[in-house]
Design a protein around this ligand. Structure first.
Ligand code: HEC
Ligand code: HEC
Ligand code: HEC
Ligand code: HEC
Length: 187
C-alpha cells in the first residue's frame, strides 16, 4: 500500500515539474501543424499561400549555387549548416531542441511561427476561435502582434543579398488574410 501511494506522489510531482518546464517557454509546433486547420479555401488557405511564397523555400535557397557563392566569399562552408545563414533562413534557429515539436523541421524555411510566434500555447481550435472572435487577446498566449519590426529582424542589411524593405509593399506580396465573410461568422 505504502509503495503505491509513494508512486502516486512521485507521478504527481513529475507532472507538476513537466508542466512548469513547458510553461517556462513555448514550443514551436511547426508549419505542418498549422496546416491541419489553415488550408481550407473558405478560411483563406494560409498554408497554400505561404507554401508558394519565397519564405517556404528559404532553407532550400541555401543549397543553391548563389548561396554557396555568398558563403564562399565569407569564408563559410555549407550555408545549410552555417549559423550565419540559418539564423534568417529557418524558423526558430538557435532554439533549444527540446522546444521544437514533432512536426517542426528546418526544411520549412521561414515558417508560420517565424512571424506569428511559437504556437504551442495558442494553436488549439478553442483558443484560436476566441482570438478571432476578439474574446482572447492573442498576445497573452504567444501570438505575435506583427509589425514592421517583425520583418526587419531578418530584412536588414546584415543580409548579404539585401534588396531593401518596404513594409506595405512586402506585406502585400505575402498576404494571406481570412476572408471578411468568414471572419464575420465569429462576430
Ligand atoms: C526569419 C526571417 C524572416 C522574417 C521574420 C521575415 N522574412 Fe521575408 N524573407 C526572409 C528570407 C530568408 C527571404 C528569402 C527567401 C528565399 O528567396 O529563399 C525572404 C523573402 C521575402 C519576400 C520576397 C522578396 C523578394 O525578393 O521577392 C517578401 C515579399 C518578404 N520576405 C516579406 C516579408 C514580410 C512582409 C515580413 C514580415 C511580416 C517578413 N518577410 C519577415 C526572411 C524573413
Ligand atoms: C513572413 C511572415 C509571415 C509568415 C511566414 C506567415 N504569416 Fe500569417 N500573417 C502575417 C502578416 C503580416 C499578417 C497580417 C497582419 C496580421 O494579421 O497580424 C498575417 C495574417 C495571418 C492570418 C489572418 C489574420 C486575419 O486577421 O486575417 C492567418 C490566419 C495567418 N496569418 C496564418 C498563418 C499561417 C498558418 C502561416 C504558415 C502556413 C503564416 N500565417 C505564415 C505574417 C506571416
Ligand atoms: C486546431 C486547429 C488550428 C491549428 C492547429 C492552428 N490554428 Fe490558427 N486558427 C484556427 C481557427 C479555427 C481560427 C479562426 C479563424 C478561422 O476559422 O480560420 C484561427 C485563427 C488564426 C489566426 C488569426 C487570429 C486573429 O487575430 O483573428 C492566426 C494568425 C492563426 N490562426 C495562426 C496560426 C498559426 C501560425 C498556427 C500554427 C502555429 C495555427 N494558427 C494553428 C485553428 C487552428
Ligand atoms: C539578416 C538576415 C539574413 C542573413 C544573416 C542571411 N540572409 Fe539570405 N536572405 C535574407 C533575406 C531577407 C532575403 C531576401 C532578399 C533580401 O535580402 O532582401 C535573403 C535572400 C537570400 C538569397 C536569395 C537571393 C535573391 O536574390 O533572391 C540567397 C542566395 C541567400 N539569401 C543566401 C544567404 C547566405 C548564403 C547566407 C549566409 C552567408 C545568408 N543568406 C544570410 C536574410 C538573411
Amino acid at each position: 500500500m505504502m509503495t503505491k501511494k509513494l508512486i502516486l506522489v512521485f507521478a504527481a510531482l513529475i507532472l507538476v515539474m513537466a508542466t512548469a518546464a513547458v510553461a517556462a517557454d513555448v514550443a514551436f509546433t511547426g508549419a505542418a501543424k498549422c496546416k491541419m486547420c489553415h488550408n481550407k479555401a473558405k478560411s483563406g488557405e494560409q498554408y497554400a499561400k505561404w507554401s508558394e511564397s519565397p519564405h517556404a523555400g528559404a532553407f532550400a535557397t541555401l543549397a543553391s549555387d548563389a548561396a554557396k557563392a555568398v558563403a564562399t566569399e565569407k569564408g563559410l562552408g555549407d550555408p545549410q549548416q552555417a549559423a550565419e545563414c540559418l539564423k534568417c533562413h529557418v524558423t526558430a534557429y538557435g532554439v533549444d531542441a527540446a522546444l521544437l515539436g514533432k512536426k517542426y523541421s528546418v526544411e520549412e524555411g521561414v515558417g508560420c511561427e517565424s512571424c506569428h510566434g511559437a504556437g504551442d500555447d495558442y494553436d488549439s481550435n478553442k483558443i484560436m476561435k476566441a482570438i478571432t472572435a476578439g474574446t482572447t487577446d492573442g498576445t497573452t498566449v504567444g501570438l505575435t502582434a506583427i509589425d514592421e519590426a517583425t520583418c526587419t529582424g531578418c530584412h536588414n542589411d546584415e543580409s548579404p543579398t539585401f534588396k531593401g524593405f518596404d513594409f506595405a509593399e512586402y506585406s502585400a506580396k505575402i498576404a494571406h488574410p481570412i476572408p471578411e465573410e468568414h471572419k464575420a461568422t465569429y462576430k
